[in-house]
Design a protein around this ligand. Structure first.
Ligand SMILES: Nc1ncnc2c1ncn2[C@@H]1O[C@H](COP(=O)(O)OP(=O)(O)OP(=O)(O)O)[C@@H](O)[C@H]1O
Ligand SMILES: [Mg+2]
Length: 301
């Protein structure tokens, strides 16, 4: 697991960030940034680069390779530090706290400013990148597309979806985005997967989730990864989060993706609460609900 860089932020100096952003810049052109190029990219002299590289190596913000030529690249911690530095400069975030969740492709932390926030670092592309890299260590620099790019794109897409959907759909309020990170409202509640609903609440909560999916559709989005792990339930309603893979309703597969989302959610309710959902034929209901969703949306056009 990637460590939380927040604890190191106070020790880092302005010039450490110059070094990190110099290496970040160099990674646009190659996976590893040759030592000789770093002074130009970071606008630090050679001696300063040497000193800063050691500091950043000690803190695992950069890593080194020595085969063929000596080069450096950011680790995810290094990229995290750059994003967090930007949020601090913009007064978006005052401090970072405990982990809120570790997903397959992200790390989410509690953060603070004038309101409780959630800071999500995207990790897409990193594992794949490692595998790909093994095969092509010395070839195809041209095909180079680093995980920085993939993770940043995911964060941008998620942020754009949140900005479009909030507040018409119950999603976390977007606050800021930089590089592969987004800052959003912290949601209190319990994940639907862990919620213990009373029998008389079950159908009502299912309806709330479906209403949000219909509202998102109306705003132009299908979530495309709906499950009991991406919904919070609280006493005042439900919130749908985790939107990086959301697709436009213009997308040719959007109806299929919506049907799959509905089926996933309905499937969760029928499996988890069979007593409260006795007569539901899962796929028939999913079909009916998708029709209804489209009807509803069409009716508003
Ligand atoms: N705004 C938020 N407020 C509070 N907790 C959050 C918030 N966003 C995410 N979390 C927590 O972090 C976890 C991971 O978030 P999210 O589902 O967005 O990431 P993910 O890596 O895409 O997950 P997945 O494993 O589904 O791919 C969530 O399960 C949730 O517990
Ligand atoms: Mg998730």
């Amino acid at each position: 697991m990637v460590q939380n860089v927040a604890g190191q932020m106070a020790e880092l100096e302005g010039k450490d960030f110059h070094l990190l952003s110099g290496i970040e810049h160099g990674m646009r052109f190659s996976r590893w940034v040759a030592t000789g190029k770093i002074p130009e990219f970071s606008r630090l002299d050679e001696e300063e680069v040497e000193y800063r590289v050691d500091r950043c190596m000690d803190r695992e913000l950069v890593e080194r390779k020595t085969i063929q030529y000596t080069g450096y690249r950011l680790t995810f911690e290094g990229y995290d530090a750059l994003a967090l530095h930007t949020f601090a400069e913009r007064d978006t975030v005052d401090g970072v706290g405990a982990p809120l969740g570790v997903g397959k492709e992200s790390d989410v932390y509690e953060a603070r400013s004038f309101q409780p926030l959630a800071l999500k670092y995207h990790r897409e592309g990193y594992t794949n990148f490692r595998e790909v890299q093994k095969e092509r260590e010395y070839t195809a620099e041209k095909e180079h597309r680093s995980w920085l790019y993939t993770a940043r794109k995911a964060a941008e897409q998620e942020y754009e979806a949140l900005e479009t959907l909030y507040p018409d759909v119950r999603v976390p309020q977007p606050v800021d985005q930089n590089r592969h990170a987004i800052v959003m409202e912290k949601i209190d509640g319990v994940e639907l997967s862990r919620a213990k609903l009373e029998p008389e609440q079950v159908v009502g909560v299912l309806d709330l989730v479906l209403d949000e999916m219909a509202a998102a559709y109306e705003e132009g989005y299908v979530h495309a990864d709906m499950s009991e792990y991406n919904v919070f339930v609280a006493s005042d309603g439900v919130t749908v989060f985790d939107w990086p893979q959301a697709v436009s309703t213009e997308h040719e597969n959007s109806e299929e993706l919506l049907a799959r989302d509905v089926e996933n959610i309905v499937g969760h309710f029928t499996q988890r609460y069979p007593q409260a959902t006795p007569d539901i034929d899962r796929s028939a209901l999913a079909d009916a609900l998708v029709d209804e969703t489209f009807e509803g949306v069409r009716g508003l056009e």
